[in-house]
Design a protein around this ligand. Structure first.
Ligand code: CU
Length: 688
């Protein structure tokens, strides 16, 4: 990380040098640079609103006094793009000069008239539907724009630039190959001629990195790895003489933030790999589950803060980092915050990465087999979700956030599927609050060995919510000066998994719910002021814009498979002059983990991924006679398995599309099973 020269190919160094010379005098796109350096006004030109990722708009035509009158101005269906069970719709639309740009879970991009919703052009990505290295739903978390181009990171690991006027491809640069485990799910960031992109693949034994490209040509300027090479800074936190760090994960799930005055680009990193097996990677394992700052021009390391040492719980820092300015003890401070799956908000000084409010290293449970870290950093203040699990029938042990586990399942919260996951966290300079969505659910963790094979899952264990365990959420205002709860709502559904919210100078927080409702809350008190049924899972983070003097609020409603909400392909825009009323509600998400649906009697086959519901068993529940054989066939697009909840009992193994495996159930009993790659996918065989 320290020596840029090692990471940059010679040609690119020369190129970027020339490029920097030019850019010190003349910005490539002064208008976009100005817009994303300043407060968000009538346009919303980058995923997080501006370079801070605050998702705070200065528009205030819609405010606490009139929001109750808000109605739909228009609703547009995106021609079925991304409308199937394997997709999530997590992108914020971008808006500039009355035109909206939105990307779906299939990486298809649409330009719409932001006043009427009429489609102006379409870009169909044509991405390979056989991509097998997507861990957590087919998703694109948003676009960036600059120099007349739109930038989109695709699941096939290509970064694409489209002409903003026509949707035509101007350049396409592969950052990696999906066959090797790499995908792109994050929104890129454009600033000062450079496009920054993260990369995903933390469940597939990959090496995380931030890649910087020349916006005009698509040439790669530099790559800054989040895992050290041999002898590099941080390599001492991996076992000496091994190459575990080269496949240790630390991917970048989300849009970076950038401070132009400090010249730093910031992001957070994902879990260590293999996720649940720390036995062979003794040490803190930098820079997994960390916040990082690099020099924005060169990618050179500046500072890091690791949230979870030697992560064995899948505690990714998946939500985007947020930059904010505040006053603490009478002194103005430059802050950076990130909400983790741990349930805490980590608040640091963005000049040096030191805690702003206080984060204390405290002793945690130990298991020498997992080579657990002696201490973990515990932020002062409040967690937004419960951090201990209750014991459930059928389990021997339940523990808290950093409990250890080996081969016997151990229950824990928040777990790697709880807390704040990919959802962004808005910040309002008016209230000084962060608005933090969280998921409340229990996971049963087990470790088993995994051999590294390039391009295949490499997790070393599993976590899944126990059958019958409750799943819900929280929405919390956290005071940025104390890291304490100002107000908190319990929500009926999971909302930290990619659902979103944004905040305005009109004193309003807007957020969607997985049951299709779109809400406006008083940002200061949390009081609900407006609610509208959109008809589809309303999970994506909303945005604000203005056309012809009228303020709009827009949200993509396309569901989120991790939150269990109904899929769709709609974009809604609301305004005070809107005329459209609510739609019929979609099916509500599950609030209890486990298989659902009627019990099929006499069936002898289970189809996985059937009926356009990728993460499903059909039938999910069945009753058979002892001695019967059930044939499991994968008819979906992605690799799936049927694996006994007690993994030792039976397992089809991971099957690609078209593969089958027959399992004979000799003994009467109640057999629950999951899909190992997608442990929220449940089935049940009742044997009589
Ligand atoms: Cu599956």
């Amino acid at each position: 990380m320290r020596r840029l020269g090692q990471q940059v190919i010679a040609a690119a160094t020369t190129l970027s040098f020339l490029f920097l010379m030019v850019h010190t005098t003349l910005a490539a796109d002064p208008e976009i640079d100005r817009l994303i350096r300043g407060p968000v006004g009538k346009d919303w030109v980058t995923n997080g609103g501006n370079l801070t990722n605050q998702r705070y708009s200065t528009l205030k035509q819609i405010d606490t006094t009139n929001v109750a009158q808000l109605k739909g101005a228009w609703m547009t269906r995106l021609k079925g793009s991304g409308a199937a069970g394997k997709y999530s719709f997590e992108a914020s639309p971008l808006v500039k000069d009355g035109i909206m740009y939105v990307v779906t879970g299939n990486d298809d991009v649409f330009a719409l008239n932001a006043k009427t919703g009429t489609i102006i052009w379409e870009y169909w990505s044509g991405i390979d539907q056989r991509i097998s290295t997507v861990c957590c739903g087919w998703v694109n978390r948003g676009l960036a724009m600059g120099e007349g181009l739109l930038f989109s990171g695709q699941l096939d690991a290509n970064l694409v630039a489209l002409n903003m006027k026509t949707g035509e491809v101007v350049w396409k640069t592969p950052l990696e190959k999906w066959e090797n485990g790499y995908t792109i799910t994050s929104a890129p960031l454009y600033y000062d001629g450079i496009v920054y992109s993260g990369i995903s693949g933390g469940e597939f034994g990959v090496r995380g990195r931030l890649t910087a490209l020349d916006a005009k040509s698509g040439a790669i300027l530099w790559r800054s790895y989040t895992l050290p090479g041999l002898g590099e800074r941080g390599s001492e936190t991996w076992p000496p003489g091994t190459d575990h760090s080269t496949r240790g994960g630390a991917t970048i799930w989300n849009t970076p933030a950038l401070d132009p005055d400090l010249g730093l680009v910031y992001f957070a990193t994902g879990n260590c790999g293999p996720d649940y097996d720390g036995s062979m990677r003794e040490g803190d394992n930098l820079y997994c589950a960390s916040m990082m700052a690099l020099k924005a021009k060169t990618g050179e390391y500046v500072w890091h803060f690791q949230q979870v040492h030697h992560d064995i719980w899948d505690y990714d820092a998946a939500s985007p980092v947020v930059l904010f300015d505040t006053v603490i003890d009478g002194k103005p401070r430059k802050g950076i915050a990130q909400a983790g799956r741990t349930g805490w908000v980590y608040i640091l000084d963005r000049t040096d990465g030191k805690p702003l409010i206080g984060i204390d290293e405290k002793p945690v449970p130990q298991d020498p087999r997992q080579k657990t870290a002696k201490t973990q950093p515990i932020p002062r203040g409040d967690a937004v979700v419960p951090q201990c699990a209750e014991l459930l029938p059928g389990y021997e042990k339940a523990g808290c956030i950093f409990e250890t586990f080996w081969e016997t399942p151990v229950l824990m919260q928040p777990s790697g599927i709880g807390g704040t996951n990919w959802s962004p966290v808005p910040y309002s300079p008016d209230t000084g609050y962060f608005y933090v969505p969280g998921t409340v659910r229990t996971s049963a963790f087990t470790r088993f060995g995994d051999k590294y094979v390039q391009g295949l899952r490499y997790t070393g264990g599993s976590q899944s919510a126990p059958i019958g365990s409750p799943m819900s959420g929280t929405f919390t205002a956290i005071d940025g000066t104390t890291n304490k709860i100002a107000w908190q709502h319990k929500t009926p559904y999971r909302i930290g998994g990619g659902g979103g919210s944004s905040v305005t100078a009109g004193g309003l927080v807007f957020r969607g719910e997985p049951d299709g409702n779109f809400l406006a809350l008083d940002a200061k008190t949390g009081k609900e002021l407006w609610r509208f049924q959109t008809g589809f899972g309303a999970d994506a983070p909303p945005v604000f814009y203005e056309v012809d003097g009228e303020q709009y609020v827009a949200i993509a409603t396309g569901g989120n498979q991790l939150q269990g909400s109904a899929y769709g392909d709609a974009v809604w825009a609301f305004s005070l002059k809107g005329q459209l009323g609510p739609l019929w509600p979609p099916p509500a998400p599950q609030t209890v983990a486990g298989p659902t649906g009627p019990i099929a009697a006499g069936a002898d086959a289970v189809r996985i991924g059937a009926n356009n519901i990728e993460y499903s068993f059909a039938p999910a529940r069945m009753r058979i006679k002892a001695g019967s054989t059930v044939t499991f066939t994968n008819v979906g697009d992605l690799p799936h398995s049927a694996t006994s909840m007690d993994r030792g009992k039976w397992d089809t193994g991971v099957m690609v599309k078209g593969q089958s495996k027959a399992i004979t159930f000799a003994q009467p009993g109640n057999y629950y099973y999951i899909c190992l790659p997608h442990p929220w996918q449940y089935g049940q065989v009742i044997v009589e």
